[in-house]
Design a protein. Structure first.
Length: 139
């Protein structure tokens, strides 16, 4: 009977180690995987998934997920500098569509880049512009 009280005391610690739950109900330690929206209270507008070692973006259009056929590429430091000339050191990770038109960028801790939202560590670049995006729960 001593086992049950011990498990109850340890359960918050065990649950805290489950990882990041922003990727369609799958726990992942990859900070790029998951769903994102342009406002923290909006439903997911796009999601980043990984299949066979490659990243893909899917967009939510009329409650239907449409996956872009072109895999995203992880950007090198030199490529990141092309997007953020003076602030490349504030970008930790970037995934971009090779032909352009989409990119998602994760800031380094403590980044102060202009346009960065105080409550998000991500920015996306889409055809209509760039701005902060927020990890949200995937449907």
């Amino acid at each position: 009977m001593r086992l049950l009280p011990s498990l109850l005391l340890l359960s918050p610690l065990l649950l805290a180690g489950c990882g990041n739950d922003n990727s369609a109900g799958v726990f992942s330690s990859d900070p790029m995987l998951g769903c994102y929206a342009t406002h923290v209270r909006k439903p997911a507008e796009f999601r980043i998934e990984q299949q066979s070692g490659q990243y893909y973006v899917s967009f939510n259009r009329d409650d239907q997920w449409q996956r872009d056929a072109t895999p995203l590429q992880e950007s090198s430091r030199a490529e990141i500098a092309q997007f953020f000339r003076d602030d490349a050191d504030q970008i930790d990770t970037a995934l971009v569509r090779p032909g352009g038109g989409f990119g998602i960028f994760k800031f380094t801790p403590g980044a102060t880049l202009k346009g960065k939202a105080k409550d998000s560590d991500y920015m996306a670049l889409v055809l209509i512009g760039a701005g902060p995006v927020f990890p949200v729960k995937c449907p």
